[in-house]
Design a protein around this ligand. Structure first.
Ligand SMILES: *Cc1c(COP(=O)(O)O)cnc(C)c1O
Length: 376
């Protein structure tokens, strides 16, 4: 007869035949085997899972669904967007190598490349990707990666992915594109020539502001190298976070369709507002829409504190991409570490507001923005 504690531990085995409609959460750090032969099967490829850092069904589901949505042959999940970017870069670059990256990449990416990778002996030149000649001029014999974003933050510059893919090909560079803002619903960089596509699944793939996650996909050979980095450095994503991101991915298309349509209406309305000096909202992202982020400069005489105090149900949060409409203040958050001169160079001032449009009714969103502008 097993003792109380033994029963507490071994009395919880479920029958193997249960077929749940939704993938269960494999909240386990390790997998078990019925025999030495079966365990040997892991190494011969017959059984897929051994240890969660090395591979987990939920992380694989996120990797696979993202790869399918991006039209890429392979994918891998990572601990966060930055984890995915780190794995993608280290899949290719080693000490002594060099990167050419767009000067307007996401702030966290900028610091990772500039500080952390530099410490590992991987140097990055940041270049204005609007200037193709400057991009080509920055390429050195030791350059191995060309890095950019399909739509940039916070001014929503739309990258010419095909043109940059051609530059990468000409110079034999691996072309990495961060597709977080556009999402594969609007843009599929792999089909346009990217070797690797990276995502902060914290944003639209997750879509509900309840998970920190990353995912990358692309050519099998690079994804396999990135997967080795994820496993060996410990950049893996937990089963629960993977599961949440997968749940989000199911409604990515519905959310992007709705959020893009709402953003289009809000951007048009903002353009006619006297308290708004300038509206940044792209027109050429895709024929399905132009995304859900709008950045504005408030008028010179507007009071930004008043704007942020008069937001009603719109929350002030330093992130984006949830189902709720939110606003952020790049001057004091994402671009805080920049000097005043650097902020000026990238165009961020106290009057800059980034708006992440949600799935509410467009008229209600505009109503809240109207109140906020009245308070500005
Ligand atoms: C948020 C973000 C990242 C970083 O993702 P985390 O999940 O926060 O690590 C990278 N790129 C872009 C474009 C982002 O918006």
């Amino acid at each position: 007869m097993d003792s109380f504690n033994t029963k507490a531990i071994h009395g919880n085995k479920l029958p193997a035949f249960i077929q749940s409609k939704v993938t269960p959460i494999y909240q386990t750090s390790v997998f078990s085997f019925n025999s030495l032969e079966e365990m040997e099967g892991y190494y011969s490829g017959d059984s897929p899972y051994l240890y969660t850092r090395v591979g987990n069904p939920n992380s694989d589901e996120l990797a696979n669904v993202t790869a399918r949505l991006e039209g890429a042959p392979a994918g891998a999940a990572a601990s966060s967007g930055l984890g995915a970017i780190m794995a993608a870069v280290l899949a290719v670059a080693k000490s002594g190598d060099h990167l050419v990256a767009a000067h307007d990449v996401y702030g966290g990416t900028f610091y990772m490349l500039k500080e952390e990778l530099a410490r590992m002996g991987i140097e990055t030149s940041f270049v204005d990707f609007e200037d193709k000649q400057a991009v080509e001029a920055a390429i050195r014999p030791e350059t191995v990666i060309l890095y950019t974003e399909s739509v940039t933050n916070p001014f929503l510059r739309v990258e010419n992915i095909e043109e940059m893919a051609a530059v990468a090909k000409k110079h034999d560079l691996v072309f990495i594109v961060d597709n977080t803002f556009a999402t594969p619903y609007l843009v599929q960089p792999y089909a346009l020539g990217a070797d690797l596509v990276v995502h902060s699944a914290t944003k639209y793939i997750g879509g509900h502001s309840d998970v920190s996650a990353g995912v990358l996909c692309g050519k099998e050979e690079y994804v396999e190298l990135a997967r080795s980095r994820i496993v060996n450095i410990g950049l893996n994503l937990s089963p629960f976070e993977s599961w949440l991101a997968c749940r989000g991915a199911k409604t990515l298309g519905l959310r992007m369709e709705r959020q893009s349509a709402n953003a289009q209406k809000a951007a048009e309305w903002l353009t006619s507002q006297p308290k708004v000096k300038k509206v940044f909202y792209p027109t050429t992202v895709s024929d399905k829409g132009n995304g859900a982020i709008i950045t504005i400069h408030l008028a010179d005489d507007a009071d930004e504190s008043g704007f942020f105090r008069s937001l009603g149900w719109i929350q002030l949060v330093p992130s984006l991409a949830g189902v709720e409409t939110t606003v952020s203040w790049p001057f004091g958050t994402s671009h805080r570490a920049l000097s005043l001169e650097e902020k000026k160079a990238v165009g961020v001032s106290e009057k800059t507001v980034r708006i992440s449009i949600g799935i509410e009714e467009a008229a209600d969103i505009i109503g809240q923005l109207e109140n906020a502008l009245a308070g500005a």
